[in-house]
Design a protein around this ligand. Structure first.
Ligand code: ADP
Ligand code: MG
Length: 360
């Protein structure tokens, strides 16, 4: 039974404790609703429980507590093949002795779908991943990105309601990964299937997702639209993990920004001014000394130790006319300038961290 307006995936009180000495609490009370057709990412450091959540949704792992609902129906006790989901893993194992076409057809063959229908649907899936011209090749004759797309076609051919993707781009080099991110987003839009995407790469999550859940130590720290999570991190952990943290704590914050508690300012919101240069109107500023300049091609990261205490990183655009005059070097006295509306008040971390909490 499924209800049309029910979320594609609904998790309630999901926990997973792996037995052992000591037992490992991999997932520690996760509640989540993922809407039909959404591109949703689970973002978090290695070991934060993302894969375990995915495996419980797929049915490969049994929850210790809690429920998994798919399209409004309780699926907690269903075996994997009775769930309307498919998984794409990072180490997508294609059958080396089969052609691309045969690899994609394989799942349908197992389900005893007839030959003509099988070929038609495999052809369709290969079109969706833009590979129909390579149907006759063996996996060894494909590039890494092409192989990844075959793995995707192999999952799409089953027409699942939800596609689970566990760091599927992790094995690709940076350039290819960025290309595939764009492709993946386009494919998801075309097929309209709910994508539940796991990554430890914040940029990837922000680029691809409608919404993001940030995981830390088996729990969700924040759920929301990508821009919200970036602009308004709910905890210091999220501020640090999603983007450069750039936090000022307590007395440092008080002296530099005049605010109490912990605050953050994103590096791209900070202007670095050589000592003595006028501060543009509408901005606050603070004095400091350049501790480090890290060149990164189109931008440099300028680390500034503030006179008032604490340290902030500012991004400086390279190669523009403006920066030839304003380029700064290690040891230079500078001003950092910012607009008050770009100061983020970061809520304090929960007073009682649970056992095994990482000190992020
Ligand atoms: P992530 O995907 O975010 O890297 P995982 O879900 O793989 O995190 O792992 C979460 C925690 O559970 C880690 O501490 C990991 O070592 C542990 N873990 C994962 N799988 C098992 C298992 N089969 N047995 C015991 N511990 C496990
Ligand atoms: Mg994982």
């Amino acid at each position: 039974m499924s209800t049309p307006e029910a979320p594609a995936v609904r998790l309630r009180g999901l926990r997973k404790v792996y037995p052992g000495r000591p037992p490992v609490t991999a997932v520690d009370g996760v509640d989540l609703d993922i809407a039909d057709g959404e591109f949703f990412s689970m973002l978090g450091p290695s070991g934060s429980g993302k894969t375990t959540v995915l495996r419980m949704i797929a049915g490969f792992e049994e929850p210790t507590e809690g429920t998994v609902e798919l399209a409004g129906a309780d699926a907690t006790a269903l075996p994997p093949h009775r769930r309307d989901v498919n998984t794409v893993f990072q180490d997508y194992a294609l059958f080396p002795h089969m052609s691309v076409q045969q690899n994609v057809e394989y799942g349908l063959r197992v389900k005893r779908v007839g030959g003509a229908e099988r070929r038609r649907r495999a052809g369709e899936a290969l079109e969706q991943v833009r590979l129909p011209h390579l149907a006759g090749r063996r996996p060894s004759q494909l590039s890494g990105g092409q192989r990844q797309r075959v793995a995707l076609a192999r999952a799409l051919v089953n027409r699942p309601r939800v596609l689970l993707l566990d760091e599927p781009l992790g094995a690709l080099d940076l350039k290819l990964r960025e290309q595939m991110q764009v492709e993946l987003k386009a494919i998801q839009r075309d097929v309209g299937i709910t994508f539940l995407f796991v990554t430890h790469d914040q940029e990837e999550a922000l680029t691809l997702s409608d919404r993001v859940a940030v995981f830390n130590d088996g729990r969700i720290e924040q759920v929301g639209p990508a821009a919200d999570v970036y602009e308004h991190p709910a905890t210091a952990f999220v501020a640090g993990f999603v983007g450069t943290s750039n936090l000022l704590r307590d007395t440092d914050s008080q002296r530099v920004t005049g605010r109490t508690g912990t605050v953050g300012i994103r590096p791209e919101r900070l202007l670095v001014l050589p000592d003595g240069a006028p501060v543009p109107g509408g901005r606050r500023s603070a004095r400091g000394t350049v501790r480090e300049v890290v060149y990164a091609g189109s931008v440099s990261r300028v680390v500034v130790a503030l006179d008032g205490g604490g340290e902030l990183i500012a991004l400086q655009q390279n190669g523009s006319d403006a920066t030839t005059d304003t380029a700064v070097h290690r040891g230079d006295p500078v001003h950092l300038a910012w607009r008050d509306e770009h100061v983020i008040d970061v809520p304090a971390d929960p007073a009682v961290p649970h056992e095994g909490a990482s000190n992020a």
